[in-house]
Design a protein. Structure first.
Length: 397
């Protein structure tokens, strides 16, 4: 049975706050703190090291991976959790390049999240085999997929504008050119319907602290298409990616599943919190969620455009080309966002001038959107952002 939306009672939402920043950090689900306490006090506190077996800690990365897999159209056993998104980017890229040893080009786009590009360039520098990172504009990336390309690595939903790539089309183009495909789902998982199995992509990666509400620093995930798992050579040959880690063999022998991409000891407390957070998704239909997200974002765009002509929409007008966020450009965007936050409307800012607002129908409704639009109008029309206290730039924007 599908879950009716929203489900505000499933989350800790401070009174008086309209939270439009779930695209950066989701709110805390109810049950998360209790789960963390259970793990710390009872499992670790009483069982000590025995909890690896008695509480089945070792199986948690795969168990949680399967729960995420349901939301992104992945077969059981094809998603595993752990480490950080940056590590998973590195793993997927390194494995993809080894699958195409005669090619030297990694193709991304210049709208990709900078860290993905940093990891790609760092890998290139480490390999030292004349590989090249190419970053055309997002609009031109499909036409840049040539037979020189070893791997195409793209973020499905642009972190700044919310622009969404056509996963099926680009994956098909990559495969037609003989390239390996990697999708970063950081702004997609839990936000838009994704069907990894149907897309035929080789790899997908993502984080879980945004729309999946796993908490700050929650573990990342990686997907490997089931038919290629045994071809994947882990560049980071971690102990827990070994086929039999407790055999203590001196030579690495990768697990015969996606678990070969596990690296270090899993962060059990964080994984347990994420596991508890995923309870909110047990009966969510992603198509229903997407419809609600589009309705909320369309309402927001209409209201803000009518009330605040000084804000320029930089997200696509067409909701089919947009993820679950709406972004506006404003020269004094940072200060304006601080003024909004001070008045209970929490979004965030991305340089050079982008004000971002995320829409998560699990805990937002039309009333929230209308109230937010009115407060945005007050801040912008009254130029309340000019207050000197809003000009002080914090370390995290």
């Amino acid at each position: 049975m599908a879950l009716s939306l929203p489900q505000k009672e499933l989350f800790h939402l401070p009174e008086g706050v309209i939270y439009l920043d779930g695209n950066s950090l989701g709110p805390m689900p109810k049950g998360a703190a209790e789960r963390a306490s259970e793990v710390i006090q009872n499992e670790w506190g009483r069982e000590l090291i025995r909890a690896w077996n008695t509480a089945n800690w070792m199986a948690l990365p795969q168990k949680v991976g399967d729960r995420i897999g349901r939301l992104i159209g992945a077969a059981e056993g094809s998603v595993v959790t752990g480490d950080t998104l940056s590590i998973k980017v590195y793993q997927a890229l390194a494995a993809a390049l080894m699958m195409r040893p005669d090619r030297r080009v990694i193709l991304s786009d210049n709208g990709n999240f900078p860290c993905d590009l940093y990891m790609a360039q760092g890998l290139i520098d480490t390999i030292g085999k004349d590989h090249e990172l190419r970053t055309p504009t997002p609009e031109n990336v499909a036409n840049a997929i040539t037979h020189e390309v070893a791997v195409v690595m793209l973020t499905h939903v642009d972190y700044r504008s919310g622009r969404m790539h056509d996963m099926a089309e680009i994956t098909a183009r990559a495969h037609a050119a003989g390239a390996v495909m990697i999708w970063d789902l950081a702004h997609s998982a839990g936000a838009v319907p994704v069907d990894l199995a149907a897309s035929n992509t080789e790899f997908a990666i993502g984080c879980t602290y945004k729309y999946l509400n796993g908490g700050p620093g929650a573990p990342a995930f990686i997907y490997v298409r089931p038919d290629i798992v045994t071809e994947v050579k882990p560049a980071l040959a971690g102990w827990l990616g070994h086929d039999a880690p407790f055999s203590m063999e001196l030579d690495y022998r990768p697990a015969m599943s996606t678990e070969r991409l596990r690296v270090g000891t899993p962060a059990i407390v964080q994984l347990s919190v994420l596991d508890a957070a995923l309870d909110a998704w047990n009966h969510v239909d992603m198509a229903e969620l997407r419809n609600a997200s589009v309705a909320l974002s369309e309402c927001f765009i209409r209201e803000v455009a009518a009330r605040c002509p000084m804000l320029k929409l930089v997200s696509p007008n067409n909701p089919a080309q947009r993820g679950s966020q709406v972004s506006f450009a404003f020269e004094h965007g940072y200060a304006a966002m601080q003024a909004l936050i001070d008045r209970g409307v929490i979004g965030d800012f991305r340089a050079p001038a982008i004000m971002r607002f995320g829409f998560a129908p699990l805990y937002l409704d039309e009333g929230d959107v209308m109230r937010a639009a009115k407060i945005i109008e007050e801040v912008m029309s009254g130029e309340l952002w000019r207050d000197p206290k809003y000009q002080v730039v914090s370390r995290v924007t």
